[in-house]
Design a protein around this ligand. Structure first.
Ligand code: ATP
Length: 280
């Protein structure tokens, strides 16, 4: 069995004269939380659609859980769940009802679905929530959407822009939910919110003009950025101090320096550097 949940080689997609994917290479290791990042029109959705057999490739290969994709028609790959950016949940259902429906649609036996529902509601932070989906916040709806995608216990969960439509608190909750899947489910999600990816992902792939410009464990990708020349010092002070007092405190008050070191490049820095610099 390959240790890759998804791999693409030379994946190309043309719409008439327009090249949406231009020889994309991509490797999503099993067990990774993989952030697929790129600006609008970079080719993220096209890649996910080909992986899900919702679109055909023009050339190249793509394999999902060991099964080749890229031509149509093709049956769904067992063990893969997909959540679009705005989950289509019926507003009149309660959260357990939405999960039961998702279980039925995925072909999960009813008793298995019913046994999974309490844990999934708890994972999604919805265990104590009553009422119907129509009354949920966007964040709650998104978390329920992720829970519905997990009802079949997929090996690979693919999400398109899961945090883009959410406010900061909603985003934080969804990111925590995705982070909690680490080690249990391979997660591949597209995003243009680089801070989100930096917070929860183990691996990252940067797509630009339909090609991968950087990919790998997040620390390796961050290491590709130039030094910022900035330094960070974290202090613990005895009480609230003015800036001047903080500076004095360093010398005079025996402040406890928790950590100090060079501030590395952020994903945002690496992305801007690679895309503006025309990296190959
Ligand atoms: N059905 C289509 N017909 C023609 N062009 C298309 C079609 N679908 C996508 N494209 C083009 O292919 C390119 C890649 O689009 P894609 O939706 O994959 O980008 P994306 O990275 O997902 O962007 P976004 O973040 O805006 O969703 C874009 O230039 C888009 O206009």
């Amino acid at each position: 069995m390959s240790d890759l949940a998804l791999s693409a080689t030379g994946l190309t997609k043309r719409y008439g004269e327009h090249t949406a994917l231009d020889g994309l290479n991509m490797s999503v290791p099993r067990g990774a939380i993989y952030g697929f990042i790129g600006s609008n029109g970079a080719g993220k959705t096209t890649t996910l659609r080909i992986a899900l057999s919702l679109a055909a490739a023009t050339s190249g290969t793509i394999t999902v859980l060991g099964i080749e994709r890229g031509t149509l028609p093709a049956p769904a790959v067992r063990g893969v769940s997909y959540l679009p950016d705005v989950p289509g949940l019926y507003p009149w259902l309660t959260a357990p009802e939405a999960l039961r429906l998702a279980g039925d649609i995925s072909g999960t036996p009813r008793d298995v679905t019913d046994a999974r529902i309490p844990a999934l509601l708890s994972t999604a932070g919805l265990a104590r929530v009553r009422g119907r989906v129509g009354g949920f916040s966007r964040g709650m709806t998104q978390r329920l959407g992720i829970a519905t995608a997990l009802i079949s216990a997929p090996e690979l969960l693919i999400l398109d822009e899961p945090t883009s439509a959410l406010d900061p608190l909603g985003r934080a909750d969804v990111l925590a939910l995705l982070a909690s899947l680490r080690g249990k489910t391979t997660v591949l999600f597209s995003s243009h919110l680089l801070a989100d990816v930096e917070r929860v992902c183990t691996h990252v792939g940067m797509i630009h003009n339909g090609a991968m410009i950087a990919e790998g464990p997040i620390a390796d990708v961050l290491a590709r950025g130039s030094a910022t020349g900035e330094y960070e010092v974290r202090l613990r002070l005895p009480g609230p101090e003015s800036e001047g007092a903080i500076r004095d405190a360093l010398a005079a008050q025996g402040a406890d320096i928790v950590s100090a070191g060079a501030v590395g490049a952020s994903l945002q820095d690496v992305y801007v550097e690679l895309t503006r610099g025309g990296a190959a």
